[in-house]
Design a protein around this ligand. Structure first.
Ligand SMILES: Nc1nc2c(ncn2[C@@H]2O[C@H](COP(=O)(O)OP(=O)(O)OP(=O)(O)O)[C@@H](O)[C@H]2O)c(=O)[nH]1
Length: 374
């Protein structure tokens, strides 16, 4: 339908960056922002957990080459559940600026379903001004190669049979499929941590989960040319029906938590919003002062090894050092480094499966400190 009254105004493209906890979304975006080539990019960031912004991205943006024009942080829960309260107002604010951005990049939390967010682009206040340029799904190749995210349906069935507590689908798996089904581009990140054979194996599996024609590109530290990441013009918001995962549900019908209130014809195939993040929890844990970066790595690694723990990150103090250390842990990998200017050291965010033993995690962190002092 053509509207002859309104001159055609080019819509602002928006790129959605999704992917599981710790896959490398922030790293990829930091890279993108330092290669923005004069584009004015606004960034909307959503974190799962109470602590909000992880600081490392801001570090990147203290860099004069970082071109983030504006950074909006959404912390009231998972973006896919707070679209109307958080995301739409943030978008409207960006659009109301005198000089709107050239491009908008949205980093979803690692537990967000991209589909409800894409659907938000069909809301009238947004649809006339913005279009989804592409959904970029970042995958952790190491997590896949090491079986922390299970690719294989048979292996998954075996896992389920072995673990009685998995009475329904593995929530990590379901998110994985949702995030893949929505993708315009899959970035097989952390390629440096796996061999070519494993990469090929992963690629073959993923090919079954993505829409036809979706590119799967291996990367290290999310480092890809900006023209690969931006400029896809996918208009995903017009194509939602094709972007739903086919879940193999093991839920009992009455046990399905479908919080979606939208049940008109357009929207009620909304199996893509089963709120898998009800299956996860996040805590802020006070961290002691550590003796050294090595000490941090050893202690956090022990906490990561506890059942259900998926991600730990934050900033901690190191004795005798003015600068706090940032900590990043995904699976068996812990990184810690000094970062002047990181704020509020002494807190770590712990994210994991619902039912994780928080007392044990806190104790692992605290007892290590006591042991060291002895
Ligand atoms: N070896 C390796 N490490 C990587 C790569 N990309 C990211 N990392 C590390 O993985 C960890 C998580 O990276 P982030 O970019 O914070 O991941 P994220 O997806 O934004 O994490 P959440 O927002 O918590 O979901 C950090 O310690 C990164 O340094 C990569 O290509 N190779």
């Amino acid at each position: 339908m053509t509207d002859f009254q309104t001159p055609a105004v080019a819509k602002i493209p928006a790129t959605i960056v999704t992917g599981f906890l710790g896959a490398g979304k922030t790293t990829l975006i930091r890279n993108l922002l330092t290669n923005a080539d004069g584009r004015r990019i606004a960034l909307i960031v959503n974190e799962f957990g109470d602590m909000g912004f992880d600081g490392s991205l801001l570090d990147g943006c203290a860099d004069p080459s970082c071109s983030a024009d504006d950074v909006v942080e959404l912390t009231n829960g998972c973006i896919c559940c707070t679209v109307a309260d958080d995301f739409l107002p943030a978008m409207e604010m960006l659009l109301a600026r005198e000089t709107p951005p050239d491009h908008i990049v949205i980093e979803t939390s690692g537990l967000a379903l991209p589909q409800p967010l894409v659907r938000a682009f069909t809301w009238p206040s947004v649809k006339t001004r913005v279009t989804v340029d592409g959904v970029v799904t970042v995958l952790d190749a190491a997590a896949l190669a090491e079986g922390r995210i299970v690719l294989d349906e048979e292996a998954l069935a075996a896992q389920r049979a072995a673990d009685e507590t998995l009475d329904h689908d593995n929530p990590v798996e379901e998110l994985f499929h949702d995030q893949l089904a929505c993708a315009d581009l899959v970035v097989l990140n952390k390629a440096d941590l796996v061999d070519d054979h494993a990469l090929e194996h992963i690629r073959e599996h993923i090919a079954e989960d993505v829409r036809a024609g979706v590119e799967i590109i291996a990367a290290e530290k999310g480092s890809l040319p900006i023209d690969v990441l931006l400029g896809r013009s996918s208009a995903a918001e017009d194509d939602l029906a094709a972007r739903r995962a086919h879940h193999h549900h093991h839920h009992h019908d009455d046990d399905d938590h479908d919080h979606d209130h939208d049940h008109d014809d357009d929207h009620d195939h909304d199996h893509d919003h089963d709120h898998h993040h009800d299956d996860f929890e996040s805590h802020v844990v006070m961290a002691p002062e550590f003796a050294s970066l090595k000490d941090i790595e050893a202690v956090v690694l022990r906490a990561m090894a506890l059942k259900g723990v998926l991600r730990i990150k934050g900033a901690v103090a190191v004795s005798g050092k003015a600068a706090p250390a940032l900590v990043q842990a995904v699976g068996p990998r812990v990184e810690a480094w000094f970062a002047a200017g990181a704020k509020a050291p002494g807190k770590l965010v712990v994210i994991g499966l619902k039912g994780l033993d928080l007392a044990a995690v806190s104790a692992a962190l605290a007892s290590a400190a006591a042991g060291r002092a002895a």
